[in-house]
Design a protein around this ligand. Structure first.
Ligand code: AMP
Ligand code: MG
Length: 327
């Protein structure tokens, strides 16, 4: 079976095509803000300008593989969570494709897709997933359905990094730039380490790091201190989830998962406990169409289909709301 999936909850407009066995292609057309952060309406305008050409490109590439639009069995789309205006563009495109090609439609939870694509490509059955992206930071594991065992109380870690980066004059997205700067940081300045139970928060940390920067501390040391603090918080809670749930595998998901220092901290923690650390390849860590296509296919094969009248977007869609009937 072949599933075509459309992702576009925030910055990355991306279409993926997968079978049960492999990813056939991922084609993306990301929105990169001129200045400042992601503006929902600007991002949605970008998505709506580009979605038509992007889908055309996907079908051209499929033709090179001797596959045609009618060979697609399922149309999947990211139904939420995400920015409302962006989600609506994606849902509209998915509905049009499903109606035009007379194929079933499957609305996919974006967070679920990050977890499922990671489980698939890493061949890991029951991990604790640390999902760290722009808008989200959650620790997720299966207990029947998926449950969130810890999460940010305010902003996502990616958003926190991007805010600090912007303040220090770096262009969006700030993650890779902060990572580079932190590599030449050497002095640690104490910053607020905020873990409350299994939850954590980042906005106080961002404010304090901005103050450090204002006080004339070297930008490399600000980046370094910020990363050390934020990533230690995430690693601590991930470890507690492993212990509490008695699990032995950690899966990383989300764009911030590309960060080598975060990966190092998680790997060390896992090694200390005799647990294993898994990561999908970089192109599947951040938002991408293949994760939506794969999860849509998985759901379709387990009896899920989204009727057009039920395909309204869900900007606050939680992973716990998805009834999971697969292994
Ligand atoms: P996502 O929303 O999952 O696509 O992830 C996007 C977020 O990942 C943005 O906030 C980026 O700044 C962040 N990001 C990307 N690469 C890195 C990196 N190497 N280190 C830290 N954050 C990163
Ligand atoms: Mg994401």
């Amino acid at each position: 079976m072949i599933s075509l999936g459309i992702e576009g909850t925030a910055w990355n407009l991306s279409v993926g095509v997968v079978t049960e066995k492999e990813i056939l292609l991922i084609e993306s057309d990301p929105y990169i803000p001129e200045k400042g952060g992601i503006h929902p309406r600007e991002a949605a305008q970008h998505h709506s300008d580009r979605i038509g050409p992007l889908i055309k490109r996907v079908f051209l590439k499929l033709r090179e593989k001797n596959l045609y639009p009618s060979d697609v069995d399922v149309i999947s789309f990211s139904q939420g969570p995400g920015m409302g205006p962006c989600l609506r563009v994606v849902a509209t495109a998915a509905r049009v494709l499903a109606l035009k090609l007379k194929k079933p439609l499957v609305g996919v939870n974006h967070c679920l897709a990050h977890v499922e694509v990671g489980r698939w490509v890493c061949k890991v059955k029951n991990p604790v997933t640390l999902y760290v992206s722009g808008g989200n930071s959650q620790i997720i594991a299966r207990r029947g359905n998926y449950r969130v065992f810890g999460e940010t109380l305010d902003i996502g870690i990616g958003n926190a990094i991007d805010k600090l980066a912007r303040y220090m004059g770096l262009k969006h997205p700030g993650g890779p730039k902060i990572e580079e700067l932190a590599k030449s940081g050497s002095k640690y300045y104490e910053l607020p380490y905020v873990v409350k139970g299994m939850d954590f928060s980042f906005s106080g940390l961002v404010t304090a790091a901005k103050r450090l920067y204002d006080s004339g501390i070297r930008i490399n040391d600000v980046a370094f201190s910020f990363q050390e603090t934020a990533f230690a918080m995430l690693t601590e809670v991930t470890e507690r989830a492993l212990a509490y749930l008695d699990l032995n595998d950690v899966l990383i998901a989300g764009g911030v998962g590309a960060n080598s220092r975060l990966r190092e901290m998680l790997s060390i923690m896992c090694e200390d406990r005799g647990a294993k650390f898994y990561s999908p390849p970089k192109e599947l860590l951040g938002d991408n169409g293949a994760m939506i296509a794969y999860t849509g296919l998985l759901m379709y094969k387990h009896g899920y289909e989204t009727k057009i009248e039920d395909s309204a977007v869900k900007p606050d869609f939680r992973i716990e709301e998805v009834e999971v009937n697969w292994d």
